[in-house]
Design a protein around this ligand. Structure first.
Ligand SMILES: Nc1ncnc2c1ncn2[C@@H]1O[C@H](COP(=O)(O)OP(=O)(O)OP(=O)(O)O)[C@@H](O)[C@H]1O
Length: 596
């Protein structure tokens, strides 16, 4: 445990109070409830701090937290606000500026957002969710919003195609993965496609397929619309590989998953099960498993590696690098601790019935020090060199502390470096990257160039980027956003019980270690349906239907940009290699054996 600085601000009144403890990666907010004398305590990761400011004598901190600090349930927009007396203004102002700078480390506050809402996505509630929940959040985050409600199929393509690139910092897509697919393919048709694809996109999950939102925020918050919308307001730009799929004369961009066989049939052939919601995929899939359907295709893959253990190591290395980068960004945003001798620090002051002190503390990284572990926001008497900031509040708290969803005032904010791509890069006459493999003949895909052909019969293959295709299926557990690789998972026929057992842990990527799943990192692949009178199938590309005809897919490293609070896909793939477990158990058993 190392030592890390943190700042504490306590604002108290006769029967009110707010306390804030700002640490390296989180903010503790404690506030007295309106009518009761209990304190509510929230532990808020800095990514969920929406805004902090002092305007005139009114402070306000907005953040996302579960209502009444419950463990489960959707996040809601909470605001802690109040009025500060004159003598405390400077201290509170400084704290709010520090908090705001930490909350927006590496990101420009007040983004200009193009919001695209698909009212027909999922169960048809996108518009309602947007107006009721997301608009207040964007107001609290001081975003400038230009919203379009889509009115027809492929409207998203038109929006991406015609987007005025100078006008927006990011695009927020309120719908399912299909809307993101359309927006990216619209960017590909934009007059400046390379620049358009640099505009970061953030999905807000209101569709029936929301794999991308899960990739970005993980299972805990990935399906939470406010967490995803806040990612649109203040996530960091994360370059991602996208893929071209070429079928006949048609070229499209795919950002997530291409599949044929059982998985594609579960996606596209399960329309009649729509009333079941997202479980329809699994129901259809299990029906297919029972029938043991094979898909008649030839699969040629330009393989970079097929070593599953190495892929896991590469994943960990890339995640650790992203974590280090994020830590550096956060540490750069921190304002250096001020000394006791700082002449600008107000001293202990009394103000009517209130007490005012100010300061800064140091504590262990886990923040376990007693001053912020209890229920009371007011720290116990500090031991040197601990200092508190206990600030008086000038008005009746019952009037000033409330959840406020209305204020959209624009305020000046501390300047911070921005990782969002600049909105006015140099002019370019860009084109999509040229195709390297799609136009080659079959015989040109040579073994000596790394091409291999899967000859085993298969139930399905899936290829793409991002760990999740849905909440119940982590298809590419070792996917890395920008490694220049397509993950290709090929499933050989297996015993029905074996498959159903493996599917049982599919949400955590359990299929990955099974011997019947071949897994490759590849830069391209080609699918050729084989003539079979008995069997045809579907081809699904990010949920869109393609013909069951030959196609080639190839990767374009870092071509598109997403927003992410983390800088890596947020999936917990912690299932160890079975042999490793077996070996570890054997070693343990052995070490327990009595020695001769
Ligand atoms: N107003 C509209 N009316 C009908 N279709 C629309 C409308 N707006 C968008 N769409 C279509 O909705 C599809 C995308 O849906 P989206 O991914 O947002 O939600 P979804 O519920 O996950 O989709 P899916 O129906 O594929 O499961 C696209 O094909 C798009 O063209």
């Amino acid at each position: 445990m190392g030592s890390a600085s943190y700042q504490k601000l306590v604002i108290v009144g006769n029967d009110q109070g707010s306390a804030f403890i700002l640490r390296e990666t989180n903010l503790t907010v404690k506030r007295k409830q309106d009518k009761k004398f209990e304190w509510l305590s929230y532990d808020v990761p800095l990514r969920n701090v929406v805004w902090a400011e002092l305007v005139n004598d009114k402070f306000k901190v907005s953040f996302l937290a579960r209502k009444r600090n419950k463990k489960k349930g959707p996040l809601s927009l909470e605001t802690c606000s109040g009025v500060v007396d004159e003598v405390s203004l400077e201290t509170v102002d400084r704290f709010m500026k520090d908090l705001q700078a930490a909350a927006y480390a590496g990101v420009k506050p007040g983004r200009r957002l193009k919001v695209v809402v698909n009212p027909k996505a999922g169960t048809g509630k996108s518009e309602q969710i947007y107006k009721r929940d997301i608009v207040p959040l964007f107001k609290a985050a001081r975003c400038q919003v230009d919203v379009t409600y889509t009115t027809h199929i492929q409207h998203g393509i038109q929006i991406g195609k015609e987007l005025e690139l100078n006008k927006f910092d990011a695009v927020v897509s309120v719908g399912g993965d299909g809307m993101v697919y359309e927006i990216l393919n619209g960017f590909a048709e934009n007059s400046d496609p390379m620049r358009a694809l640099k505009i970061p996109v953030a999905p807000v999950p209101t569709g029936s397929g929301n794999g991308l939102a899960l990739d970005i925020l993980g299972v805990e918050e990935g399906l939470d619309v406010l967490a995803s919308a806040l990612n649109g307001a203040k996530g960091r730009a994360m370059p991602v590989d996208v893929m071209s799929i070429v079928q006949g004369n048609k070229r499209a961009l795919s950002f997530m998953v291409q599949t044929t066989g059982l998985m594609a049939e579960a996606d596209l052939g399960s329309e009649h099960l729509r009333p079941l919601g997202s479980t329809r995929f699994m129901v259809y899939f299990l029906m297919g498993v029972a029938k043991h359907k094979q898909v008649p295709i030839k699969l040629q893959i330009k393989v970079a590696t097929s070593d599953k253990q190495k892929m896991v190591e590469d994943l960990r290395a890339s995640q650790n690098q992203a974590k280090r980068d994020l830590k550096l960004t956060l540490s750069k945003s921190r304002i250096a601790p001020r000394s006791d001798a700082d002449p600008n620090s107000p001293q202990v002051t009394t103000s009517g019935p209130f007490i005012t002190t100010t300061g800064l503390e140091h504590a262990d990284e886990d923040g376990a020090q007693s001053s912020h572990a209890g229920d009371s926001p007011v720290a116990p008497a500090p031991t040197s060199p601990v200092r508190d900031s206990t600030i008086s509040s000038g008005t009746d708290p019952r009037k000033s502390m409330h959840t406020d969803h209305t204020d959209a005032t624009r305020v000046s904010t501390p300047s911070t470096p921005d990782t969002t791509p600049p909105s006015t890069p140099p002019p370019s006459t860009s084109k999509l990257p040229p195709l390297r493999y799609a136009l080659l003949k079959d015989e040109e895909l040579k073994e000596e160039d790394g091409w291999m052909t899967v000859t085993d019969p298969i139930l399905w293959y899936m290829a793409g980027k991002g760990p999740y295709v849905g909440e119940t299926f982590m298809s590419f557990p070792v996917s890395v956003p920008n490694d220049g690789m397509i993950d290709v998972a090929v499933h050989k026929p297996t015993s029905r019980t074996g498959l159903i057992k493996a599917i049982d842990g599919a949400e955590k990527g359990k299929l990955y270690w099974t011997n019947d799943e071949l897994y490759y990192k590849a830069t391209a692949y080609r699918v050729t349906p084989l003539p079979s009178r008995k069997r045809s199938s579907y081809v699904s590309v990010d949920g869109e239907a393609f013909k069951f005809e030959p196609y080639t897919v190839e990767v374009h490293p870092g071509l598109a940009t997403l927003l992410s609070p983390y800088g890596y896909y947020c999936a917990e793939f912690d299932i160890p290699q079975p042999q490793a477990t077996a070996t570890a158990k054997a070693t343990k058993r052995q070490s327990r054996m009595p020695r001769a």
